[in-house]
Design a protein around this ligand. Sequence first.
Ligand code: GAP
Length: 490
Amino acid sequence: MARLEDIQRLCLSRGIIYPTAEIYGGLGGCFDYGPVGVLLKRKLLEYWREFFIKAEENIVEIDGAVVLPEKVLIASGHVESFVDPVTQCEKCKSIYRADNLIEEKTGKFVEGKSPEELTRIIKEEKLTCPNCKGRLSDVRMFNLMFKTFVGPTGDQTAYLRPESAQNIFIGFERVFRASRAKLPFGIAQQGHAFRNEISARQFVIRAREFTQMEIEMFFNPEEEGCEKFEEVRDEEIILLTREAQMHGKDAIRIKVGEAVEKKILPNKWMGYFLAREFQFFKSLGFKEEEMRFRHMLPEETPHYSGGNFDLEIEFDFGWKEVVGNAYRTDHDLKNHSKFSGEDLSVSLPNGKKIIPHVVEPSFGVERILYAILLKSYVDDKERGWVWLKLPKRIAPFIAGVYPLVSKDGLPEKAKEVYKMLKKEFDVFFDESGSIGKRYARADEIGVPFGITIDYQSLEDETVTVRDRDSTKQVRVKIDELKKFLKEAIS
Ligand code: GAP
């Protein structure tokens, strides 16, 4: 498997993803997408919309503001509880996330422990600063939100949203009514989230600004109405149960229907989304054994939650969450109702009013993109260069268009083909260097096809199309190129 450094090097050299304000030394945990990266990201966002939103009849989308007034985040609990424990070296002043440091140094799982308990463990284990061996301070809690002040007087406190979900809860009443909806009803959103992580690290894996794709599926817990559950009942997923984690056992393979019946999963909506996520990642080329749903342990789970299941992927550095799935019950709507004074309940057909419950799949775009780059990275000794076996539907460009040589009317003909395709596809034109070099440059950013215009093209209106994966070439009529590419993408 490739390593983080390989992906980072490729991302930098091809301008896919690079540090924000690089010429000023960067801003830790913030990244910009370059021309190739932006296409890759857009395609992932669009494919996710197709798979999770357009395929459903009862999910709508919103696009909310990233700056939220303090009241929202007091109601959601983030002002009080969105904290991580930190300890600081008294000598060199380096700051560490205390639970991570303890886990790394001792192997003990300490997530969810109080600052006092963490301080005690640091002392008992005689842990010192990894940087200079200095003494570590008592552990204190650090709020991860970025605070800001709105308007010229600065008297209104606000925060950059730490999750996109809150816009959905605070807009629920309006969106529900405007959509003339009934339960079950989903609201989805793609957008940026911000967390002032104590140590931003592992490239985009732990960033301070990142992109989420979230769905809040609202339903009546007494009558879930998850009709499409029947379509996925027999889908098998890989599940690391709480029991397995506590006894060091392996993950199990289980049908979602069985997992719901045995009450391992709290409801059909959770089962439905886990099955769909497994299908989604498989369609992006992930192997089943590279994925698992981990039932989060009680100490990792918020008190109001009816169950959290992280979709984890096996990276070069170990397993890591890429999608958080949470049964948030009626916690958020109830609290926003209480703090805003607005009635956020929904009337059922029988006249009864309820606060809907919610299941939330929350995807992290950057972690998924990193996983895709990692899994598609091929260090091909035979070919002599690195290439990306990206799934065709999310490849930044579907094809490069090349004149075989830069003379005899071939560039003009190639430009014609390029302009014709550019109206419908992301394609690029490249006439510099040998054709081999052009293939190599395109392979490196995962371009599935290379379209070459040669002397025969001038005679019979055909071109050669080189397949990135097999390197085989076929001759295709110019007027059939669009059909060829469309079929390849779908
Ligand atoms: N609304 C629920 C929520 O935000 P989360 O598990 O904290 O849940 C969801 O985040 C996803 O967002 C994660 O699975 C991960 O992919 C992504 N994510 C969270 N923190 C991140 C960070 N610092 N950098 C990059 N991605 C992050």
